[in-house]
Ligand binder design. Structure first.
Ligand SMILES: [Zn+2]
Ligand SMILES: [Zn+2]
Length: 391
């Protein structure tokens, strides 16, 4: 049973006693009802069963003097007793502006908690106000800033340090972000006592709103810094050096904590997000951490096999093309791809796709030799379209 139901139920009515009944009267009333409504005496009677449960529930609360006291107090506070604004304010999302569904258990359900003893209405609501106030008076962090940079293919793969020039609000160098003229300092706002928010009461409940006197900052500046007009912020062009980690890919966003806009009057700065564009490379392509490369070969090289020297991000590597390699086959060179990000380290692979380069023209000797080869190939029984038999 929730605390809410607890408030709404009338346990006295369930037991048929007055709210002023003695413990003895409650005990007697319960015993009689329990006997009459017991499921053993009323087999199959669901109504009696329901009532039996309700009566047991009521007795569990009212027969215990401590629980009964809490129940009485709760009903007096929230169930309309005294007319102190139960309507609207309490209902989550209701019209009272207090939409947070608070846990009534915090207030009176737990032994030793506020209100469990003889704490009054003021204590309970005071707790609610403070909770709301703290949540909404966090310091105002500076805004996040976005920028972009374009890297060369190899720079992105291997990591690079680049300078980024940005114009953005920064803490004022004259007042170090305080907004107060050097030699003076801001004073605590007397209206909100530095909280930046004030509580407004509506019925039994209240809600917080930013303080007008200090515009929610919690402090008042009597002598504003002339360089930043008291805001603590100056527009400055700055160049920051950004270390781009290896393996960044096109379109990726990198977050640089604390490099964004300065916060108001010394609050923490926002973050800087750099979107990285990666330009194409003439030789390499990328598939995640794998580097791709198309290796032009001659027909003879595929048939007879060869070893070809191919470029990598660092130096060259010999790639063995086995005899009888099909055109378009991908040969994998382990660990020669893009450095992997993250603590595990390592690198992806280099994927080499072989592709036959067909000569546009041959001299007489080569043409003659090729014709002789063609005859010999036919005589050996090779049919490139053998798989089409019957098609
Ligand atoms: Zn200043
Ligand atoms: Zn204030």
């Amino acid at each position: 049973m929730s605390q809410r139901e607890w408030i709404e139920k009338d346990f006295y009515k369930e037991l048929g006693v007055s709210s002023g009944a003695s413990q003895d009267e409650i005990k007697k009333a319960y015993r009689k009802l329990a006997r009459d409504l017991h499921p053993d005496s009323n087999p199959g009677d669901t109504k009696a069963e329901e009532r039996f449960k309700a009566v047991s529930e009521a007795n569990a609360v009212l027969s215990d003097p401590a629980k009964r006291k809490e129940y009485d107090e709760t009903r007096r506070l929230f169930a309309g007793g005294g007319g102190r604004g139960y309507g609207g304010g309490f209902t989550p999302g209701g019209g009272g502006g207090f939409s947070q569904e608070f846990n009534l258990g915090d207030i009176f359900g737990q032994p030793g908690g506020p209100g469990a003893g003889d704490g009054g209405l003021g204590d309970i609501l005071g707790g609610l106000f403070n909770r709301g106030g703290r949540a909404s008076s966090r310091p105002r962090r500076g805004a996040d800033v976005e920028t972009e940079t374009t890297l060369g293919f190899r720079e992105a793969a291997q990591g690079v340090t680049v300078p980024l020039r940005m114009t953005s609000p920064s803490p004022c160098t004259t007042c170090h972000g305080s907004g107060a003229k050097p030699g003076t300092s801001p004073r605590v706002c007397p209206h909100c006592n530095g909280a930046g928010v004030v509580s407004r009461n509506q019925g039994a409940f209240g809600f917080s709103e930013p303080c007008d006197d200090c515009r929610g900052t919690g402090s008042i500046i009597d002598d504003p810094c002339t360089d930043c007009a008291g805001t603590g912020i100056q527009n400055r062009t700055r160049t920051i050096t950004v270390r781009i980690p290896p393996g960044v890919s096109d379109g990726q966003k990198i977050r640089l904590a604390g490099q964004g806009e300065a916060g108001l009057r010394g609050a923490p700065s926002g973050d800087l997000y750099v979107t990285v564009h990666v330009s194409q490379d003439k030789v390499f392509g990328r598939q995640g951490d794998d580097l791709t490369l198309v290796l032009p070969v001659s027909y003879a090289e595929l048939v007879l096999g060869t070893t070809v020297s191919v470029p990598t991000l660092e130096g060259r590597v010999g790639v063995k093309v086995p005899p009888g390699t099909a055109d378009g086959r991908i040969l994998r060179v382990r660990g020669r791809g893009v450095p992997k990000r993250g603590p595990a380290g390592g690198a992806g692979d280099l994927l080499v796709t072989v592709k036959v380069a067909v000569p546009q023209a041959l001299d007489a000797d080569a043409t003659e030799a090729l014709k002789r080869y063609q005859e010999a190939e036919k005589a050996s029984g090779f049919d490139p379209r053998a798989g089409w038999a019957g098609a």
